[in-house]
Design a binder for this molecule. Sequence first.
Ligand SMILES: Nc1nc2c(ncn2[C@@H]2O[C@H](COP(=O)(O)OP(=O)(O)OP(=O)(O)O)[C@@H](O)[C@H]2O)c(=O)[nH]1
Length: 449
Amino acid sequence: MPLTGFHRLAMLLLLLLSVLLLAWQHWGMDRVLYIDARSGYPVSVISDGDGQKDPAGYSQASYQAQDHRMRMDCTLTTRYEWPYCELDVQLAKAPEGIDLAEYDRVDIKLDYQGPGRRQVRFLVRNFNPQYSKTDTPETWKNNLVSFTPKAGGEVISIPFDLFSVAEWWLDEHHIPLQQSAVDLHNVPMISVTTAGFKEPGLHRVSVDYIAFHGKWISREKLATLLVLCWIILSASALIQDQTRLHRSLAESRERERSLRDLADTLHLEKIQISEQAQRDPLTGIRNRAGVLEELLRASEQARHTGKPLAMVFVDIDHFKAVNDTHGHEVGDMVLKQFAQLLGTQIRTGDYLVRWGGEELVLFFPNATLETATSRAERMRQSLTEVIWPAGMRITASFGVTVMGSDEQIAQFIRRADDALYEAKRNGRNRVVSKAPGEASGPDNRTDQH
Ligand SMILES: Nc1nc2c(ncn2[C@@H]2O[C@H](COP(=O)(O)OP(=O)(O)OP(=O)(O)O)[C@@H](O)[C@H]2O)c(=O)[nH]1
């Protein structure tokens, strides 16, 4: 598929853009939600002692912001069956929340000091009006992960796919199976708790920061976007190519049509020109060149089949006098009328030719000498039956012959000419016929006026 300049450039740019965007997405495009004591989010602590009528003997928690650090001191007791202390960071005011699903991991820098097995839970609490109540944080979905903090407060990095929803929470709030999956789309609060063990004593949890990391555009979204761009560009190139193909096809069809028209016109002109070249412009009948081929064919056929071929030479008598007396134009009119008159008397297959000057020649295929002579005679008589220009009396002389077997065509023509000459010599306005091999002489005359 040949590409246009525009599409070639667009594809090059899109290729460059795809590589750059994919590289940027992989190594950069970072999006971070950083939370510490200075971030401005309200921080509070609670414990199993809160809300008790007589809090004595229950666990106690206190909060202190130390520079950027969020510190929770928790005195755990065992009066409550599931003792805990909890540090809550309020990200938004429910029912509002932050969409943490845009991120893909959370980094927590946290130091834990206290007796026994130290383990914390990190909770991301999602508000969903279908099962959550605004003023009851316990009804916000507990998406949680438990981990043992590293010694010395090292950063721990937790991918989101390690989160799960606490089974006891799903159970307690009768959450249907369809809504039981981890959901981080609308989070008003995140928490760090000591829950899960019962070692009494002072537990100090110091959170330096909680940082959610993600990409501004996920790899899947970027890939989908790029694939869409490539599809659009390829489709547009394809459509343009098709359109161009159709256009050039239509153009070449049009060119072919006009060439064909031109060829037809030229052919027609050629026919007309050759037709004109074979016709006498004055009388409209064929000239000598126009009949030569047919005459050769007819003589050839006559030789092969043995059928006769007759020829009649016709010449207007004293035509020079017509011109001299009435002018050349009247002479032309007489010539035209003379040719038309003979033309009305020939049959299909016959030829009427202007041989030259005022001399015409007739060919009658399949006609014997007798038939040709009597037809010539009828023609001669017909000249007296029409009205000629200027009231003239026009007569003509006729020389008739048939082709002899194995005779050369030139000899055949010469004999017809001889017959005409004899008609002229014997007084004109007559028909003289000559059979092949017959000598010239006044005896051959068929009529005399
Ligand atoms: N008007 C006109 N005259 C022509 C044409 N072609 C030949 N002629 C004339 O025909 C005349 C022929 O004269 P001639 O050959 O002497 O014979 P003729 O006067 O017919 O006498 P005969 O044939 O002996 O009876 C000449 O004057 C030519 O100029 C033509 O196309 N138009």
